[in-house]
Design a protein. Structure first.
Length: 344
């Protein structure tokens, strides 16, 4: 098992709670294995690291894991969200307003600034694409010089930059909305995080860990998802990525019925559906017809989702559904599901 994966899968502490490694790194899909390999490489360097990900991805936790894998795991890890008011951002980041210092002079910073706090460690810039042009220029100078004027005195920073950005960051660089020199320093190592929809095979591991954490936070016995519930979770596209899965899991745990209070209670599909809000999805579960017709619509959609999750392998899908394979063939014919990819 890799160091990165170990960080995401750390064992329980004495209180029984899982430590907070990056849940985003869990799984064995090719997409996440590639990310794990890039993280191992980045851990051996001191250059900047740029995480490019869709909204809802937990890039901060991944960056923390990377920091702990690096050469100075006990040094500072300082976070700032760049998606705030420009003047306030300048004050928080540098501690002093921009003063138009000549290029030959070191950039002034204040004692209470994020840059000063990150000396010798990591400065993580969330939503770095929102960094204003003036702050980009100041930060580029700080990183270029490796020094700054701290209350008027030159100090060495030994600062490593990490940043999170959306997929549009490359367009910002091409259109000169983001400085190319700062971008080069930020992206010495670049890690593009796959969306959850591109790594459906990892959803069971991710959802299970989130369930363990949510149960612990709610002081409940640790529960587990049934195989059918995991198949349903894996079949969804999750446009909100990890944050959306976490919201659903938290809602499920908040609504756990009394009959599941005992340890080892299984979370079934019927416990998931209220949290998934499938009735709000366009074109799905529209109130029409009687109860029998609604049940048939759901049964068809769910069986088709399970088949798709298992790449149309009938034996695997039948096992998840808890029925015999001949019964699954019969159900598919009755419900009008075309088995275009069945190959067993």
């Amino acid at each position: 098992m890799s160091d990165t994966l170990t960080l995401a899968s750390r064992s329980t502490d004495v209180a029984g709670a899982r430590t907070r490694g990056a849940v985003e790194l869990l799984g064995r899909s090719n997409a996440i294995l590639r990310v794990q390999e890039l993280l191992r490489r980045a851990a051996t360097t001191e250059g900047g690291v740029l995480f490019v990900a869709e909204p809802g991805s937990d890039v901060i936790s991944i960056a923390r894991d990377l920091h702990h894998l690096g050469t100075s795991p006990s040094s500072a890890f300082v976070v700032i969200d760049c998606a705030i008011d420009a003047l306030r951002l300048d004050t928080i980041l540098f501690g002093t307003p921009a003063n138009g210092s000549p290029a030959s002079e070191l950039e002034p910073i204040g004692v209470g600034s994020r840059v000063a706090a990150a000396r010798g460690g990591v400065l993580f810039l969330q939503n770095v694409g929102d960094l204003p042009a003036s702050a980009q220029a100041r930060l580029a100078r700080v990183v270029r010089d490796g020094e700054a004027l701290l209350d008027g005195e030159p100090v060495s920073l030994s600062l490593r930059l990490m940043a999170g950005a959306g997929p549009g960051i490359d367009s910002e660089v091409r259109s000169r909305g983001f400085r190319t020199d700062l971008f080069r320093r930020l992206s010495s190592s670049r890690i593009d995080l796959p969306a959850i929809r591109d790594r459906a095979a990892d959803v069971p591991a991710v959802a299970t860990r989130l369930l363990e954490q949510a149960c612990h936070d709610s002081e409940l016995p640790v529960h587990a998802f049934s195989q059918a519930a995991l198949a349903l979770l894996s079949a969804l596209s999750w446009p909100g990525n990890l944050a959306e899965i976490q919201a659903v899991v938290n809602q499920v745990v908040a609504d756990i019925p009394k009959d599941l209070v005992e340890p080892s209670g299984l979370i079934q599909i019927e416990h998931l559906l209220p949290a998934l809000k499938l009735d709000c999805a366009p074109g799905r579960f529209v109130p029409a017809g009687n109860l029998r017709e609604a049940r048939l619509r759901f049964e068809r959609d769910y069986i088709a989702a399970v088949l798709q999750h298992h790449d149309w392998r009938m034996a695997a899908a039948a096992h998840t559904l808890g029925i015999q394979r001949p019964n699954l063939y019969r159900k598919a014919r009755q419900l009008g599901i075309t088995l275009t990819r069945a190959s067993e």
